[in-house]
Design a protein around this ligand. Structure first.
Ligand code: FMN
Length: 71
């Protein structure tokens, strides 16, 4: 199973958690910041972490999540 871990982190906390998740996901996992993340449709499982801005995911994370369907 191909797994993608994507994070949007302003001060590093979300990045740290994403890296910990990535470490236990095995050989078919890829990790990337949201700014350079690959096409989510190429993966079976997509894990996304983001910082919260005004009660919702930050703008870059929301734009990336809009590309995802059927996952
Ligand atoms: C402009 C701004 C708005 C924020 N709005 C919220 C919010 O509405 N709710 C919340 O729980 N945290 C809010 N936060 C806190 C951030 O989501 C929090 O600092 C984030 O978890 C940090 O993650 P990071 O270290 O990966 O950047 C806000 C922070 C900033 C800078």
């Amino acid at each position: 199973m191909k797994t993608l871990v994507v994070y949007s982190s302003r001060t590093g906390n979300t990045k740290m958690v994403a890296e910990a998740i990535f470490e236990v996901m095995g050989q078919n996992a890829v990790i990337a910041p949201v700014q350079t993340a690959p096409d989510p449709q190429d993966f079976d499982l997509v894990i996304i972490g983001f910082w919260v801005d005004k009660g919702i995911p930050d703008n870059t994370a929301r734009q990336y999540m809009a590309k995802i369907s059927g996952k």
